[in-house]
Structure formats: structure tokens, C-alpha cells
Design a protein around this ligand. Structure first.
Ligand SMILES: [Zn+2]
Length: 307
């Protein structure tokens, strides 16, 4: 079924590629360099790196309401965007495995893996859900420290592909990384008092974040986002919250939270929303600071709930 879908999509792509202009280097005069990102956090980072750089356009492949790319289905609209792109920025770690065949069919497309050199968390911290491959957890961008590494990777990738504008990309990355560093330092100071606190999260999104700020994830419920936990899973979570001194339970704004609500009702534990920044405003001025703003909100939520 999957192969069939890709086969069909592949034919569409082949047709589209014939119409598209050739890739970088052979671009027609005046045509902007088209950078396409796989999903929202990559869009926000690439937007910052390419901010106000002449002759460059940044677009996002998936709608900013898509969230994590779970079970993502490519449509002809996405295929057209891919056929038109010069550069594709991906998170890596298997998040974009649905694009593997498309990328293979477009050898001219330059792909920047934002997670280059980042060591993924494996095993129990890895995915119960669909988008991790080989049991690695792809949600690295949720950690500001690793987001900074991703921004640097994106800037270096663009500098290599488009050397004429390398200085612009690096200068922009410096400015953005400066903001991320400032945010990160403040988060470390302000979350310092909560070091070692146990939390329960829904969906396997926060291991990198928790590791960075010294929180302990006692349990992850609802590994398949968008589905509610089973009654058994819920009962086990309630027991754990009661017995393991769990300080707070965190749900995500992108997914249903009836399960988390039930845990709160049963145990009286505090419930907060942590935003993994997979959704947000899509227009450039607002999207530019979306990661920084979401992390500011996460910081307030953590201080509120863990107090
Ligand atoms: Zn996810």
C-alpha cells in the first residue's frame, strides 16, 4: 500500500521535475534560492538563518498545524513544493522517513540534516510511535541546547550550498544563537530549584528537554499521539503519580488531553501544557520568534506547576 502510494507520487514528481527549473548553480538569473523545511521547528530555525538575506526564500513543506510528522501523508501539493525546492532542511532521526523515496528520486535536491553530529537517545527513551527509525527519539529540537546545534548545522549547510551568501547565514545564526543562549541560561537558572523533580509526560517529546534541565521523566503515557491512553495505562499512571512523588503531569497543546485531565482529577497532581513548538504562526514576522516565545511560556508553566 505504501509502495503503491509512493509509486504514484513518484510519477507525479517525475512529471513535476520536468517542469521545474534546475537545481542550485544552474538557477536562472533572478530566481530566488528556495529553501524548504520539513516541519515547523525547522521552518522557524531556517527562517532566522535566512532572515532578510537577498535572493533567498524559505517555505515550509507541511502546514504549521501539522505538529509532529506522525503518519504524515504526502499530497500532490507537497510533491509540487518538493519539486520546486533547491534545498530541503530536515530534522533527521527518522522524523522525515516518509520523504526518503522522494529525496532519492531527486538527486539535485540538497538536503541539510539539522541533527548532524547530535547523538540521539535510544531504547526506552526512543519511540513507541511511528516516526523514529531504529528506536531513536527524534525530538531533539525541544532541547534549546540541541536547537542551537541545529541552527548552526542549518547555517553551515546553507553556507556550503550557497557560498556567496555564507557570511549572511553565519551572521544571522550568530544573532539567533545569541537569543537562544540567553534564553537557555535563564531557563537553567530559573529551573535550578526543580532539579531532579519527577514529571509525567504524554507523547515521547520531552526526554532531551528534561535531560538538559535536570528533570526526571517518571513515565510517558500515550506514546501514540492523538490517541487516548487505555484504561489500564491510565490506572498505572495514577498509581505511579501517587507512589513516585510525581511533581507534575504535562500534556501538549497539540494533542487531546483527556487522559492527563483524568490523572489530575484522580490524584490532584498539577497539570500543565508544555509546547514542543511543532505548531505556531506561519507568517514570517511572528514565526521568527515562535521558538523563543514558546520556550518562555514553557518556562513559566514549569515554574507554576513545579512550585
Ligand atoms: Zn513526535
Amino acid at each position: 500500500m505504501v509502495a503503491e502510494r509512493f509509486g504514484f507520487a513518484g510519477r507525479l514528481l517525475a512529471a513535476a521535475v520536468v517542469l521545474a527549473l534546475p537545481a542550485v548553480g544552474l538557477r536562472a538569473e533572478g530566481r530566488p534560492l528556495r529553501i524548504l523545511t520539513s516541519f515547523y521547528p525547522m521552518y522557524v530555525h531556517a527562517l532566522n538563518v535566512a532572515w532578510a538575506v537577498n535572493g533567498v526564500r524559505v517555505g515550509n513543506l507541511t502546514e504549521p498545524i501539522t505538529g509532529c510528522l506522525h503518519d504524515f501523508q504526502l499530497t500532490t501539493v507537497h510533491m509540487r513544493a518538493l519539486a520546486d525546492a533547491d534545498v530541503l532542511v530536515v530534522n533527521g532521526g527518522g522524523m522525515e522517513s516518509f520523504l526518503d523515496k522522494v529525496i532519492a528520486q531527486r538527486p539535485g535536491l540538497k538536503v541539510i540534516d539539522a541533527s548532524l553530529g547530535i547523538e540521539f537517545i535510544r531504547g526506552a527513551g526512543g519511540d513507541g510511535h511511528e516516526h523514529g527509525t531504529g528506536g531513536v527519539n527524534p525530538h531533539v529540537w525541544v532541547s534549546p541546547e540541541l536547537a542551537i546545534r541545529q541552527v548552526r548545522n542549518i547555517a553551515e549547510g546553507l553556507a556550503t550550498i550557497d557560498p556567496a551568501r555564507a557570511g549572511d547565514y553565519r551572521a544571522n545564526a550568530d544573532v539567533y544563537v545569541g537569543k537562544l543562549e540567553a534564553l537557555r541560561s535563564r531557563m537553567r537558572v530559573e529551573l535550578g530549584p526543580f532539579l531532579g523533580r519527577r514529571v509525567v509526560t504524554f507523547h515521547e517529546t520531552f526526554p532531551y528537554f528534561a535531560r538538559e534541565f535536570g528533570l526526571e521523566i517518571a513515565a510517558v503515557v500515550q506514546r501514540d499521539p492523538g490517541t487516548e491512553p487505555s484504561p489500564k495505562e491510565l490506572a498505572e499512571t495514577i498509581d505511579l503519580v501517587r507512589s513516585a512523588k510525581v511533581g507534575a503531569v504535562f500534556a501538549e497543546p497539540q494533542y487531546p488531553m483527556a487522559g492527563a485531565e483524568a490523572v489530575r482529577r484522580e490524584t490532584g497532581v498539577k497539570l500543565g501544557l508544555l509546547d514542543p513548538v511543532v505548531t505556531g504562526p506561519d507568517s514570517p514576522p511572528e514565526a521568527r520568534d515562535a521558538y523563543l516565545r514558546a520556550m518562555e511560556r514553557n518556562l513559566s508553566v514549569l515554574k507554576e506547576t513545579l512550585r
